[in-house]
Design a protein around this ligand. Structure first.
Ligand code: NAP
Length: 300
């Protein structure tokens, strides 16, 4: 019979969580899963994962629990709500938040869990939906190194590069820096695409050049083709990038660094959310440029 320390809890089966959990199953882990919208758990249940009705049941059955939720407030809700994780956890367990949140949020979660004797790791990821599916994520981990070592095998079964970043919040610090690069690259790709289209350059030639020279990147490879096809399905949602950029701008303010690029893309993604594209993929940035171009025409 399996003990609770053998089983892994998994909470949050969205675009990222579902394939990450699937890779744990494929690598031989026994999973206890919970998702607010239960239907999303069906494919993993068919592969042997145990579906439960609350985070409390996850905590009761597992020594290590992973969450891949939207934001720190959602993690806190899953911990503290009625039948939440805290109502079922035991001293000595570890809770790992793999969503993207703020370093400050990570420290708050750590203190909430520490009151119950549960260890906490912030372990955000990069590599997108494809990386989650292929098990090629890069995972950056903050928290106690002893807790990191206990969870390391799980990270290695979801990613190809696992970096121990330092104390609690350090994973989120690295992730926010990553998001600044990701967002500014999207801005650059969108502007290059808009200029090329208006100037009559073919999509094929633009892609051929950008993907084979100094401009090549994850965004060029994976999202520029979607911009070209006007395919707005997420991958990575606009609302989530807006959240990340907002955290990055707060962090920059805290450490006294001017962030001219980050504030620009934050404003653009805020506008995009207000235009109703929050649940679309980040490549929808093009829609802001479309709107501005249309306005230029009508206002002469
Ligand atoms: P998603 O598809 O929107 O999934 C979000 C998940 O969180 C869903 O399972 C949702 O449950 C659950 N959830 C949200 N709020 C909740 C709450 N209050 N209580 C219970 N469950 C809640 O998002 P995602 O793309 O997987 O992203 C998850 C995290 O990873 C985010 O922090 C994001 O920034 C980060 N991330 C995403 C990517 C990417 O490319 N997508 C890459 C790196 C990092 P329901 O199913 O019931 O809605």
């Amino acid at each position: 019979m399996q003990s609770s320390s053998d089983r892994v809890g998994f909470i949050g089966l969205g675009i990222m969580g579902l394939p990450m959990a699937l890779n744990l199953i494929k690598n031989g882990h026994s999973l206890v899963i919970y998702n607010r919208t239960r239907s999303k758990a069906a494919s993993l249940q068919a592969l042997g994962a145990k579906v439960v009705e609350s985070p409390r049941e996850v905590a009761k059955e597992c020594g290590i629990t992973i969450s891949v939720l939207t934001d720190a407030v959602d993690v806190e809700q899953v911990l503290t709500e009625k039948d939440g994780y805290l109502s079922g956890c035991k001293e000595g367990e570890i809770f790992v938040d793999m969503g993207t949140n703020s370093p400050r949020g990570a420290k708050r979660l750590e203190s909430i869990l520490a009151a119950k004797g549960v260890g906490f790791l912030d372990a955000p990821v990069t590599g997108g939906q494809r990386g989650a599916q292929d098990g090629t994520l890069t995972i950056m981990v903050g928290g106690k190194e002893t807790d990191f070592e206990r969870a390391r095998a799980l990270f290695e079964h979801m990613g190809k590069k696992v970096v121990y970043a330092g104390p609690t919040g350090s994973g989120q610090l690295l992730k926010l820096c990553n998001q600044v690069v990701v967002a500014l690259d999207m801005l650059a790709c969108t502007e290059a695409f808009m200029i090329a289209r208006k100037a009559g350059v073919s999509d094929t030639k633009l892609f051929e050049v950008l993907s084979n020279g100094a401009a090549n990147s994850f965004t060029v490879q994976n999202l520029l083709p979607k911009i070209m096809k006007n395919d707005l399905e997420p991958g990575f949602k606009v609302a989530h990038l807006k959240k990340d950029l907002s955290y990055a701008a707060d962090l920059a303010k805290e450490v006294g660094v001017p962030v001219l690029g980050t504030s620009t893309v934050l404003q653009l993604y805020t506008a995009l959310t207000e235009m109703g594209y929050g649940e679309k993929g980040t490549q929808a940035l093009k829609k802001v440029y479309d709107a501005l171009s249309t306005r230029d025409k009508t206002t002469g």
